[in-house]
Write a protein that binds this ligand. Structure first.
Ligand code: HEM
Length: 497
């Protein structure tokens, strides 16, 4: 009898889990509300498929391949879809913002009460964003230009020192972007360009992005880790967000309180807001906002600058057109030696090259996930129940041939100058879209619109290794490396094309 019970027990040991697994697989494949959405088989069964895909550091390219294979809507976890359908994109990222950010962002927020980038409460976010909006508005930019000029001078001095030599442009764009965002935020910089190197901040931010990019898919793992951390110690790069950068923000914000500045910088404006609304926008919120500025506004700008310069150099005809435009504006006296933003905004080819550089290589390589609101939604011909996560990837949208033409894969700034470019702007996704679109967009356009003509006006620029391609690494941001140039100062900055 005992032996019979033992046999029965050991059979159940196998049978029950097998039945449970089969039931789960059958449910996900045939009965789940998302069962009709195509996608990789494993992705429909487990979120770990997406975790491992992201950990390969090429999710931007993989998403492009997935949509090519499966169409405008792809199931990428048992309860998450990736969307490339144009009308669905507008629905998900509407300006009234009823589609909240998903739990993916919780790992970036950690325990901070307010985080403008990662906060998921729609109302709290709207209130916080209103508080800081003025500091990023278009009319504020003219006050910030002086800070960009200061950093452009340092950049030029450093490039003159390296004249004719092979320069690591990937690295220099990062040094420039960090120092400039420091100036814009606190009217002081990190001193990275002066030192020609960073202090470890770059790799910390990269580790935060790299770890957060996959951990956000399984936020319960992050919570478990945080609970066990006192015993097991820290195993996650994401926890680096509390490190050096925030310490810098705390130190510089305190110093900034007593330091008069030439022009109002971002922290100065936020300290004023905090003084007027101490309950809604606390001193800690000022520090969080300043930290977010650096984390969200430096690598993104560096990546975009690299893309613009690299593609101009890879496509000599586009470089020639830009230099011709610069020369023409110089001849007409419409472009200063240190280009003004108002002048650069009037240069159509320059602006087209900036948008095209950002289109072919968006800085963010992961989907921007949102939660389907109560009542569900119809997306790309499918009913998607409330609570499902839906996201769009800029790398996918920007390849849409309906919007960007049959040559969408190519770098061709002229497309932005042709008639009917309205949809191209409407679906331009490098800055995200809707109520959570990038608040620093104008600031980055200010920086890029000044740096690009400064470079091509003052230097003859060429790729140091023209036969080599750069390398891409998607760790939330899609960083480039192996991008070296030779810059030779021009004797005549009237520019002969
Ligand atoms: C070319 C440069 C930039 C790119 C490509 C970029 C890209 C983005 C994207 C895609 C988002 C939306 C993220 C999402 O929906 O999850 C975003 C949000 C944000 N960006 Fe940028 N960004 C850039 C520059 C900047 C700069 C210079 C700053 C600060 C000065 C900044 C600050 C922010 C902040 C605070 C948010 C969160 C906004 C919110 O949720 O209300 N960004 N950015």
């Amino acid at each position: 009898m005992l032996a019979y019970i033992h046999t029965l027990q050991s059979e159940y040991f196998y049978i029950l889990p097998t039945i449970a697994t089969l039931t789960y697989v059958l449910y996900q494949r045939f009965f789940s509300p998302l069962s009709k959405i195509p996608g990789p088989f494993l992705a429909s069964l487990t979120s770990w498929w997406l975790v491992f895909a992201i950990r390969r550091h090429d999710i931007n390219r993989r998403m492009q391949r997935l949509h090519q294979k499966y169409g405008p809507i792809v199931r990428i976890t048992p309860d998450e879809i990736s969307v490339a359908d144009l009308s669905a994109i507008r629905k998900i990222y509407s300006s009234h913002g009823s589609w909240a950010k998903s739990n993916y962002y919780s790992v970036f927020q950690g325990t901070r009460k307010h985080d403008i980038f990662a906060g998921r409460d729609v109302k709290v976010h709207a209130q916080q964003r209103k508080m800081v909006a003025r500091a990023y508005a278009m009319e504020t930019l003219k006050e910030l230009e002086v800070y960009v000029d200061k950093m452009l001078n340092v950049f030029k001095r450093k490039m003159d020192e390296n004249a004719g030599q092979s320069v690591d442009m990937a690295r220099w764009m990062q040094l420039f972007a960090f120092d400039t965002i420091g100036e814009i935020t606190w009217s002081t910089n990190f001193g990275f360009m002066e030192a020609s190197k960073d202090d470890g901040t770059f790799s910390t931010i990269r580790a935060v992005g790299s770890s957060g990019s996959w951990l956000g898919v399984v936020p319960w793992l992050y919570k478990t880790h945080q609970f066990l951390q006192p015993v097991i110690g820290n195993w996650l790069g994401i926890n680096g967000r509390h490190g050096g950068l925030r310490d810098f923000a705390i130190r510089e914000t305190a110093a900034r309180k007593n330091r008069p500045v030439e022009k109002p910088d971002i922290v100065g404006r936020m300290l004023d807001t905090s003084k007027k609304n101490p309950e809604e926008f606390t001193y800690t919120d000022v520090i969080s906002m300043a930290t977010s500025n650096v984390a969200a506004g430096s690598d993104t700008t560096a990546i975009s600058l690299r893309s613009i310069i690299y593609h101009l150099l890879q496509n000599p005809e586009t470089k020639r057109k830009l230099i011709e435009e610069i020369a023409e504006f110089r001849r007409k006296g419409q472009l200063s030696n240190s280009p003004r933003y108002t002048e650069a905004q009037k240069m159509p080819y320059l602006q087209a090259a900036i948008y095209e550089g950002m289109r072919v290589h968006p800085a963010v390589g992961v989907n921007l996930p949102r939660v389907v609101p109560p009542g569900g939604a119809h997306l790309a011909g499918h009913y998607i129940p409330s609570g499902t996560v839906a996201g769009v990837n800029a790398w996918v949208v920007h390849q849409n041939e309906e919007v960007y033409g049959a040559d969408a894969k190519e770098f061709r700034p002229d497309r932005w100058l042709e008639e009917g470019s309205g949809d191209m702007h409407r679906f331009f996704f490098s800055f995200g879209a809707g109520s959570r679109a990038c608040i620093g967009r104008n600031i980055s356009l200010l920086e890029m619109s000044k740096l690009i003509p400064t470079i091509f006006l003052n230097y003859e620029v060429e790729l140091a290794n023209p036969t080599e391609e750069w390398k891409e690494d998607c760790s939330f941001f899609v960083q480039q490396s192996n991008f070296y140039v030779r810059m030779t100062p021009r004797s005549d900055t009237a520019v002969d094309s």
